[in-house]
Design a binder for this molecule. Structure first.
Ligand SMILES: [Zn+2]
Ligand SMILES: [Zn+2]
Length: 270
């Protein structure tokens, strides 16, 4: 089991998920070539990807989907309205349409999608379940709804948005309408909202939390990390490793062995 954020932020997102020997990529907001290059940094390549999952149509999540799928013959799971909203998706030989809330299997993995509140046509998050446990993924959401909490509960690894510091956003250079959009119900989660969501998801089986989609203008990695660490200090028995997504380079990887080989964990070298 392995998770690595190949890129995270408003200029491109892509997350590698490996579970039970299957390699998924959630979103591809970098060029196909750059995704392949970053995968090679962790000993993989785009040819190793078994499927692409798409959360929503914003450019920072989909710019590499078409070329990656065509060049490396990878199936793409996507909501039809999302596919229609991507202006330059191009033709994809193996496109598998899903709906928000649908459960499906791919190479033995049980994958569920769930609706998120964000200013896209039909945005979704994912959970991926295997013998090795649950991985939960939710970025680009304005609110942590009851549905989001229900679906992400029991995750062994979580990838969650921690987009902005509320004060930095208010004091920052963005025009007022953009500040309103980001902090609105269909915008992005602040560090504080991410901490509140994590508090509801904390349990003793939570081993790793990836903080994703950090704003370069309205956040500092240290602020996000401090907010989350403060919250976990109030949750005895829940001591996950915290990882930070970055825009310009890959994150550290979280790796864990399968249930039959014990729970030894490592970071980076998998
Ligand atoms: Zn985004
Ligand atoms: Zn978005």
């Amino acid at each position: 089991m392995r998770v690595c954020l190949l890129a995270s932020g408003s200029r491109g997102n892509a997350t590698l998920i490996e579970s039970d020997g299957c390699h998924l990529l959630i979103d591809a907001g970098l060029s196909a070539r750059e995704i392949d290059r970053r995968l090679r940094e962790i000993g993989l390549s785009a040819d190793d990807l078994d499927a692409l999952l798409v959360t929503h149509e914003h450019h920072d999540h989909v710019s590499g989907i078409g070329p990656l799928a065509r060049r490396h013959k990878i199936p793409v799971y996507i909501v039809p309205e999302t596919a229609a909203a991507i202006s330059r998706l191009g033709s994809i030989a193996d496109i598998r349409y899903i709906t928000a809330g649908q459960r499906f299997t791919h190479a033995g993995l049980e994958i569920s999608s769930f609706s998120t509140t964000h200013d896209a046509v039909d945005p979704i998050g994912f959970t991926i379940d295997s013998r090795e446990g649950r991985i939960g993924y939710a970025t680009d959401l304005g609110l942590s709804t009851r549905l989001v909490v229900d679906r992400l509960e029991g995750s062994r690894i979580l990838v969650l948005e921690s987009n902005h510091d509320e004060q930095m956003l208010l004091d920052g250079p963005y025009p007022w309408h953009l500040k309103q959009r980001i902090q609105g119900r269909h915008g992005h989660l602040s560090n504080r909202s991410a901490a509140e969501l994590l508090q509801r998801l904390a349990w003793d089986g939570l081993e790793a939390v990836f903080l994703a989609h950090l704003s370069e203008e309205n956040n500092h990695p240290e602020l996000a990390q401090q907010e989350i660490a403060r919250m976990f200090a109030t949750c005895p028995g829940c001591t996950p490793q915290i990882f930070l997504g970055q825009q310009a380079s890959i994150s550290h990887s979280f790796c864990a062995r399968g249930p039959e080989s014990g729970s030894e964990e490592s970071t980076d070298v998998c």
